[in-house]
Design a protein around this ligand. Structure first.
Ligand SMILES: [Zn+2]
Length: 215
């Protein structure tokens, strides 16, 4: 589709002047609505493929699945900026599958919008045990309180890390120092910066994302 390069592109994070006044008219959040029936899910794997979501200003803000992206397109909340070569078929139509979509109304993204959850911590730590450095499926990871709860350690972004069961057992109710373990990196909140890094990581799989992410 449109390959034009937006003026706001170079101004990392700043809004383009023409859209700065608006708050999202379509109060559609990419998180919260029903899936339309009009798109058939005949190819479940394709429907789960990641799609990059851009703000109205072309700022990358999220990654969603093809299914969700197509709902946003059908509702007129977003428009496709880049397409896959593949199609999905509904009863009467073939729909080309988007790779990058852009919201038509500007959405304000709070700096700290990620909820503290097991899923998000595993995402932040990229399913990597923060003590032994090995990568595991989510089901084989637990969350470790770096400073144990029994020592007053809180459940916070800074004190929770992804941890395999083996390391979790050997650490027990001790601090990493006491257990002779070393953290791979200091745990931090999931910020926009973290999201960008993850988007870039995912984006390596899709050439069409590059111009929106690598600048
Ligand atoms: Zn481990």
């Amino acid at each position: 589709m449109s390959a034009r390069r937006p003026e706001s592109f170079e101004s990392r994070g700043r809004r383009a002047p023409e859209s700065s006044g608006k708050t999202s008219a379509g109060s559609e959040s990419p998180a919260g609505s029903r899936v339309h029936n009009s798109v058939m899910m005949r190819r479940p794997s394709l429907m789960q493929e990641p799609v990059l979501v851009l703000n109205a200003t072309y700022e990358p803000i999220n990654v969603t699945a093809v299914r969700r992206a197509m709902v946003l397109l059908l509702k007129g909340v977003a428009q496709a900026e880049e397409m896959h070569n593949s199609e999905v078929h509904s009863a009467a139509h073939a729909h080309r599958v988007p790779s990058v979509i852009r919201l038509l109304a500007y959405r304000h993204i709070p700096q700290q919008s990620r909820a503290l959850s097991r899923k998000n911590i595993l995402l932040r730590d990229r399913n990597t045990c923060q003590f032994c450095g090995a990568i595991f499926p989510s089901s084989e990871l637990t969350l470790d309180h770096v400073v144990p709860r029994s020592r007053g350690g809180r459940s916070s972004w800074e004190n929770l890390v992804a941890c395999c069961y083996r390391c979790n057992n050997s650490k027990g109710d001790r601090t990493p120092e006491e257990a002779g373990l070393k953290l791979a990196r200091r745990p931090r909140p999931f910020t926009l910066h973290t999201s960008r890094q993850l988007m870039r990581l995912i984006g390596h799989r899709d050439e069409r994302w590059r111009k929106y992410l690598f600048y």
